[in-house]
Ligand binder design. Structure first.
Ligand SMILES: NC(=O)c1ccc[n+]([C@@H]2O[C@H](COP(=O)([O-])OP(=O)(O)OC[C@H]3O[C@@H](n4cnc5c(N)ncnc54)[C@H](OP(=O)(O)O)[C@@H]3O)[C@@H](O)[C@H]2O)c1
Length: 299
């Protein structure tokens, strides 16, 4: 096992770092250091100190000491603290060191972090895709940048789950945010739809009906059918969505997501999608590329 050769440092030692550290210790990693501003002052008996002890972590008093003791630094600060924390540790970094920023942050902040690190260390943009308290070391990461593959190759043997996406710092964090456009947007549409269903006393029926549809069809197919089908049938769907809007108004139900759907359908009609796609294409790429081309031309 490579555990002996890994010297790991956590910049920020909060909830996520404590869960990871505990699992790394269990997996046999023996050299784990942690730094946080409160941890730097912690004494035996303080909760931060005891939490570190329980996770097999040595709390260090300075960022310099953290850099000195680590070959891989996993930065797990709150997003807004990521750049200030990096600026503090930067002068202590070494070119052979992996500096992995796993804070939840914008793609732009990750690009800035990569520029600050420069050649001082090997910067990796990483995004955690699951709640760490539930999945610990098995929490999936996506990572990007020129050193992402090295991060994956060095850490996978210790139990981490890392997928390299994109090639530039910022790609991994952008992917996490873009995924949220779907998941959080879907939540908003569900709320709007279920509010209307409840007002009409068909909540369980609607929930059951859409569940049956979504349970039956693999999501890859849903993505293709919904995107390709909407390009071909946007005119017909606009008509139906106007009726949906009317119904929501009659019931005094929320309509924000439905209005957004109508705006999207109108965009697709303006972009002449039905003429471009008389039949549903089997692949979503041409549809998405046509939308981008039309939007960029109109801009
Ligand atoms: N927990 C999860 O399940 C989860 C899942 C996905 C992503 N994430 C992301 O992972 C990051 C850490 O999450 P968390 O839940 O562990 O947060 P947390 O419990 O709030 O811990 C943050 C840690 O960062 C330290 N910190 C804050 N400012 C610092 C600075 N300038 N220099 C050094 N350390 C600093 C804090 O201690 P001091 O204030 O004492 O310095 C604390 O130890 C966040 O960006 C979060 O969005 C977490």
């Amino acid at each position: 096992m490579n555990s002996v050769s890994l010297r790991l440092g956590f910049l920020g030692f909060g909830e996520a770092a404590a869960h990871f550290a505990r699992d790394f210790s269990r997996a046999g990693v023996t050299s784990i250091a942690g730094y946080s501003r409160s941890g730097a002052k912690a004494e035996p008996g303080d909760p931060a100190y005891d939490r570190a002890q329980a996770a097999g972590v040595t709390l260090v008093r300075t960022v310099g000491a953290l850099a000195e003791r680590s070959d891989v630094i996993l930065a797990l600060t709150p997003g807004k603290a990521a750049l200030p924390a990096l600026k503090k540790i930067c002068k202590y970094l070494r070119p052979d060191q992996l500096y992995v920023d796993a804070s939840s942050n914008s793609a732009k902040a990750m690009e800035q972090a990569a520029a600050i690190v420069g050649s001082a260390a090997k910067f990796v943009d990483a995004a955690i895709m699951a709640p760490v308290d539930l999945m610990g070391l098995k929490s999936p990461f996506v990572a990007s940048g020129p050193h992402a593959a090295e991060f994956r190759d060095r850490m996978t043997p210790h139990g981490m789950v890392i997928r390299v996406v994109g090639s530039a710092p910022g790609d991994a964090s952008a992917m996490k945010l873009i995924r949220s456009v779907l998941t959080k947007g879907l939540a908003a549409i569900l709320i709007e739809s279920m509010e209307a269903a409840r007002r009409r006393n068909v909540l369980d029926e609607v929930a059951g009906d859409v569940s049956a549809t979504f349970n039956e069809i693999p999501f890859e197919k849903i993505i293709r059918r919904y995107i390709s089908g909407t390009a071909v049938h946007c005119e017909r769907r606009l008509h139906e969505m106007k009726e949906c809007l009317e119904l929501l108004h009659e019931m005094g139900s929320a309509d924000r997501s439905t209005r957004a759907t109508i705006a999207t359908l109108r965009d697709l009609i303006r972009m002449e999608m039905p003429a471009k796609f008389p039949k549903e294409p089997a692949d979503i790429h041409p549809v998405i590329d046509a939308i981008i081309a039309a939007r960029d031309k109109a801009a």
